[in-house]
Design a protein around this ligand. Structure first.
Ligand SMILES: [Zn+2]
Ligand SMILES: [Zn+2]
Length: 280
């Protein structure tokens, strides 16, 4: 039973592809569920960069009524595809930064989302996940400093109670690996992970298995196999699977492989409806 729980339709300004086109492709691929996860980026310090959302070719601000249009369009798709064996879910991928908690809470509580994923993209207001920006953060920092800063923010995201799932854990590896050796910090990394995964277990927060590295030449998903091993050792088995596609062509890329990885590490894959998890 294949699903994709990390899909960016054209509401995200860095993505292309209409909700309906993604759904058509999902049926072609035999997916049972598709969950849209448009970016929700609220950092005032990044207003000119990513505090924008696209609604029918029109650019709106993140703090506006755009979710009404988004949820309506998803509802239409849901009705249209219900007879075709595809469940269509409404989610968001929230850029978590501690100073935004209140604003995030207001928006995610105002609307009926099925799935709210929290992702740490930014440290010190710099997107470490962006090809254009990451150097500004990594240059001049050590692996030890980066891990400490990143996992501190992830820990706060978990503690915030805002999220159903933590997106692409260890995303710092994508570009940080060019500048520093995270392997040298294995012991420290393990301490952060044990503490965070314990909290996630207690708060019933899922971990995303994100397949995007595979289509960019990477050998491991986010998070990597060392993290998945730690999950297995700790009896943490609560995951979602997503491709993080930003165009229809990449929908569900390597999702089948991710299900095999999940089975290998004894992880159970979950879906969400109205923010309630259920095993797939
Ligand atoms: Zn992300
Ligand atoms: Zn994403």
């Amino acid at each position: 039973m294949l699903v994709d729980y990390h899909v960016h339709p054209d509401y995200s300004i860095d993505a292309a592809g209409k909700i309906l086109d993604y759904c058509k492709k999902a049926v072609e691929l035999g997916l049972k569920e598709i969950c849209f996860t448009t970016h929700l980026d609220l950092d005032p310090a990044r207003k000119e960069i990513d505090d924008k959302v696209r609604v029918d070719e029109k650019i709106m601000e993140m703090r506006s009524e755009w979710p009404e249009y988004y949820l309506e369009e998803i509802q239409d798709a849901r009705s249209m595809f219900a007879g075709k064996g595809l469940k269509v879910k409404a989610g968001v991928e929230v850029d978590y930064q501690p100073h935004l908690e209140k604003d995030i809470g207001i928006i995610i509580n105002e609307y009926d989302f099925d799935f709210v994923m929290g992702s740490v993209h930014c440290l010190e207001h710099i997107a470490i996940s962006s090809s254009g920006e990451n150097a500004k953060y990594f240059v001049g920092r050590s692996a030890e400093q980066v891990l400490e800063a990143y996992y501190h923010v992830v820990d706060l995201a978990v503690e915030s109670g805002l999220f159903d799932c933590i997106g692409h854990l260890d995303i710092y590896k994508r570009y940080g690996n060019k500048y520093m050796d995270f392997e040298s910090q294995k012991h420290r990394l393990n301490e952060y992970l044990v503490s965070i995964l314990n909290k996630m277990k207690n708060h019933r927060i899922a971990l995303e298995l994100n397949t995007s590295p595979f289509r960019n030449g990477g050998k491991e998903p986010h998070p990597g196999y060392d993290v998945l091993k730690t999950c297995q050792r700790m009896g943490f088995d609560f995951i979602t699977i997503g491709s993080d596609c930003h165009c229809v062509k990449n929908l569900a890329k390597d999702v089948e492989k991710a299900f095999k990885i999940a089975a290998k590490y004894k992880l159970s894959v979950y879906g969400f409806e109205k923010r309630i998890p259920y095993v797939l």
